[in-house]
Design a protein around this ligand. Structure first.
Ligand code: CA
Length: 432
């Protein structure tokens, strides 16, 4: 199935703001398939991040995307737009359950959904899961949606810090998704004021969980076009290893000016860009076994196990314990790293000091005698790199003025032997 949105592309309507949008989806560097989907539409924009065992994540996100894209339309109020999105999401949720009934092997598939519709000078938002919506306005970037994850819940209840949440191994475990698990999933719906100059970003956790916040903020607040910004964001995710699929949809709000005609090229992204074919996966699973890229997933050794687990106190406790031990390990690694760096620095200094101790020079001792010193004449503040090695019976004052000057400025030697040779040379010249 690949229904196009019901939006009439030739329609001429008065609009409060002009929307300039872009979208991109990338499989990333380690995943065998792209389970993300996205929709860069006319008045509706969203990202869906699919999940589910060995197959199904791509199907779940694509099914939901095609279903919800059907409500891309002109609304007379942000509330009706929000409600239309929510109803379409609930329908999509039922569609997922039906699909699982017919294809048991897809059990457990699900998807996140984060989307927005622009209505006049308002934005309606619908959200479930851990994909995110950000707003860049006046040089500031703010996360608008809240992740429906176990770790976010622990942050909200003050049991772990946001920093601890960042390093948790199960930070992708979700408490709410669209899927075959719940009949009436709890969807966040809200409306917010929007204005020209706003830049809205919708993304999967393959971006927000991978690219550092300051890099994301810089790209969003720079004056590049939405196309350029999308490209840069995906590029940064790839540069940071892209362990997960990456999907971004970006919408810039501009003064409408004289643009009264809606121009659009609604596009489907990621898995939803292809026809959704639910096939018997038994053969496919065998074929998947032959592809080395799929081995981690086939054997369940997935480095980022996006999964859905309904709320339970035992699970919260487990996550809490894991967070604490993970953070301890993280701190221990940081401390060990610090020790190694300290040891390396110490070794370097010791090597430098040892080198100075293979050097000698001739100079004047405290008693005014010609003397041989070990080390180098230079000092660093009150730190000296030399000590008296042997004092001779020759008074510096008995030497010619030129020799006195030479001794007081010190005569460097490469070795002790070299120092004796230079010392003899000095006295033999004096003797002449
Ligand atoms: Ca993901």
């Amino acid at each position: 199935m690949s229904e196009t949105p019901s939006f009439d592309k030739t329609q001429t309507i008065p609009i409060a703001m002009q929307l300039v949008s872009a979208g991109d989806s990338n499989i990333g560097r380690t995943r065998a398939s792209n389970q993300d989907s996205g929709y860069n539409g006319v008045n509706l924009f969203f990202v869906a991040d699919g999940m589910g065992g060995h197959a199904g994540g791509d199907i779940a996100s694509a099914l939901v995307t095609h279903k919800v894209a059907q409500v891309d339309a002109i609304y007379d109020s942000p509330e009706s737009a929000g409600d239309a999105m929510k109803q379409a999401m609930l329908q999509a949720n039922r569609k997922l359950s039906e699909t699982v009934e017919q294809h048991g092997e897809l059990a457990g598939m699900g998807t996140t959904f984060s989307g927005l519709a622009v209505v006049g000078s308002k934005v309606a938002i619908a959200h479930i899961g851990d994909s995110r919506i950000y707003l860049a306005r006046g040089g500031q970037v703010k996360q608008i949606t809240k992740d429906h994850t176990f770790v976010q819940r622990l942050v909200d209840t003050g049991r772990i810090t946001p920093e601890e949440a960042l390093v948790h191994p199960r930070r992708s475990v979700l408490m709410r998704v669209l899927g075959d698990v719940e009949d009436a999933p709890d969807i966040d719906v809200m409306t917010m004021p929007a204005k020209p100059g706003d830049r809205w970003l919708i993304c999967s956790d393959g971006l927000s969980g991978v690219v550092p916040e300051d890099v994301m903020h810089r790209i969003l607040t720079e004056n590049g076009s939405p196309d350029d910004a999308c490209e840069l964001l995906v590029y940064e995710a790839l540069e940071h290893g892209a362990p997960d699929n990456v999907t971004v949809v970006l919408v810039d709000l501009k003064h409408a000016g004289f643009a009264k005609k809606v121009e659009t090229n609604a596009e489907f992204l990621g898995s939803a860009a292809n026809d959704v074919v639910v096939e018997n996966t038994k053969d496919r699973r065998f074929l998947r076994l032959l592809n080395p890229r799929n081995l981690p997933e086939v054997f369940g050794i997935n480095q980022d196990p996006a999964a859905f687990l309904p709320e339970s106190e035992e699970y919260l406790e487990l996550i809490l314990r894991q967070t604490k031990s993970r953070v301890r390990m993280h701190r221990l690694r940081q401390f060990l790293g610090f020790l190694v760096a300290l040891a390396a620095l110490g070794g370097l200094l010791w090597a430098g000091y040892s080198y100075t101790q293979t050097r000698y020079y001739i100079g004047e001792s405290g008693n005014g005698k010609v003397a041989i010193f070990r080390g180098i004449h230079e000092s660093f503040g009150s730190l000296k790199f030399s000590q008296l090695f042997r004092e001779t019976s020759t008074d510096v004052n008995d030497l010619t003025l030129m020799q006195q000057d030479e001794v007081r400025r010190t005569i460097a030697a490469d070795s002790l032997n070299d120092a004796y040779i230079k010392f003899d040379l000095l006295l033999s010249i004096e003797g002449q």
